[in-house]
Design a protein around this ligand. Structure first.
Ligand SMILES: [Zn+2]
Length: 305
């Protein structure tokens, strides 16, 4: 086994790295930290090594009948290892990359969260698949409002000629933001936007009902607002108490120091109460294999006016 592994040269490692780290988006190029690079490097090296070793064993089996049984044992073991890597291969639908794994990511580091190439998180990949499959965002002229724009998605939307794209945030200094906007007081007329994307914003906002009403108001009839929030399915009702008014208390009760509530199963009803027709079936209907393959672990709310 050791001899077989030694046959993989330094050049092979370089080739794997060159192939897998070709990142077209220059803004994302230097964001992978050393630990992440090292983790991905080791997994990719392992996959390549095992594949090569299996080929070598195939040759040796034909040449060396005396040690055939031992070789067969090694081959079985290596096939197991290979399946555990390749059999669970991931795919990022945003940057169209086959990956040996997603990396840990998020504020409270989650497993299988971040694409090592485009830096997308689970929720970004979920919404991208939804937009591709359930909207006309990729082929019709639309006007889109995007709150707290995620770099990976803002990069894509801003380059699409058919989208009149408006990325906004309460903090105008955030990356990609074109306009300062308070979601509780949107300075646009009724029925303005075809698509609104608002992910992980409402849990930061004091008057979330007002924010939902504003989203409904500025959406065109027939338009879609795609909304995501951290949601605890064990809470029947949203957990919220105005006396939790310090970063320490909010961290303790809501899991993050700048959140003002933790949504529960009543979130869908809250959206319906302002007028939206709401579906949360997109991810629920997806088969388990795809959910794992695309690294998606968060639902989204498809809200139609
Ligand atoms: Zn990606």
């Amino acid at each position: 086994m050791y001899i077989i592994l030694k046959k993989v040269s330094v050049n092979d490692i370089d080739k794997v790295l060159e192939k897998n780290f070709k990142i077209n988006n220059s803004r994302l190029q230097n964001k992978m930290d050393v630990k992440e690079q090292s983790l991905l490097k080791r997994i990719e090296f392992l996959e390549k090594t095992v594949t090569k070793s299996l080929k070598t064993i195939e040759t040796l089996k034909n040449e060396n009948s005396v040690q055939k049984n031992q070789l067969l044992n090694v081959e079985t073991m290596l096939k197991d290892v290979h399946y555990s890597i390749v059999g669970n291969k991931n795919f990022c639908p945003i940057c169209n990359s086959e990956l040996p794994t997603f990396l840990p990511g998020g504020v409270n580091q989650r497993e299988n969260a971040m694409c090592p190439k485009c830096r997308s998180l689970e929720r970004n990949r979920a919404v991208y698949l939804f937009l591709k499959e359930k909207t006309n965002i990729f082929d019709q002229n639309i006007k889109m409002l995007h709150f707290a724009p995620e770099v990976v998605l803002a990069e894509i939307f801003s380059k699409m000629d058919n989208i009149e794209y408006l990325p906004v945030d309460i903090n105008p200094d955030m990356h990609d933001v074109k306009e300062k906007m308070d979601i509780q007081d949107i300075k646009y007329e009724d029925n303005t936007f075809d698509i609104i994307y608002c992910s992980h914003v409402l849990e930061h906002v004091p008057h979330d009902k007002k924010a939902m009403e504003e989203l409904y108001r500025v959406l065109k009839p027939g338009g879609k607002a795609i909304i995501q929030v951290p949601l605890n399915p064990n809470y029947k009702e949203t957990y919220e108490d105005p006396s939790f008014n310090t970063p320490e208390l909010r961290l303790k009760h809501y899991g993050q120091s700048d959140h003002v509530r933790h949504y529960g199963l009543d979130f869908k009803e809250k959206l319906e109460n302002v007028g939206f027709k709401v579906s949360d079936n997109f991810i629920i209907d997806m088969d388990e294999k795809s959910v794992k393959k695309y690294g998606i672990n968060e639902n989204l709310f498809d809200c139609t006016k």
